[in-house]
Design a protein around this ligand. Sequence first.
Ligand SMILES: [Zn+2]
Length: 256
Amino acid sequence: MKSLFKFILNVVPRPILIRLSYIFKFFAPFLMKGNNVECTVCEHQFKKFLPYGYNDGQRDNVLCPYDLTLERHRLMWTYLKTKSNFFTDNLKVMHIAPEQCFYKTFRAQKNLDYTTGDLESPLADLHFDLHNIPLEDNIYDVVFCNHVMEHVKDDVQCMKELLRIMKPGGWGILQVPADYTRTTTYEDATITDPKEREKHFGQYDHVRLYGTNYPDVLRSAGFEVEEYDYHKELKEEDYKKYRFQEDELLYIVRKK
Ligand SMILES: [Zn+2]
């Protein structure tokens, strides 16, 4: 059963797994019973999380068997719960390329006026190109746009557009995958072959790989940037239990 589970997890894309998550919700409590790890999103405890990742990049003990959240989802949720007004204030929210593990929960929140946007996903309310968002200035209190900037042609232009639709005083989260051993963004527009892109940027459809300079890229688009370092905010025993990615920092962007 365990090897079948592992096989399914590595062959079936995670968005589809999430749609089948009732299967995991049924089996997980029996298979993974224990209290070594805890998911901050569903608040369930397990002996261990499931492994996740393709080929050489597989990471052990990271995928919540109940709601299929990964390290970055648990980190963002922890910030939203403990440090933000996201669950308390009445907020107008734009969620670009919405994470499947979040969007139903966010949509059900009574305090949110919640809209999703994407270039083409049928799940999204609005469809548009981030380089030129067909919406007025100063509309949203909160904007989420995670794991998108590494795909777009002109990232700073897209960031400027997100800043433009945010209200003054608004905030957002625009996470990206980063190589924390790099200090600059690695970008080369001549690399267009999917196999080459995977080799150079980490995934077949990525067009750049950010480094520790990412907050400066956000600043260059006009955002104020704040860093949420969970190592400083939480007890070691807690973040070890939540299994966050060791070097991931969450950047909160704000509009003056
Ligand atoms: Zn969970």
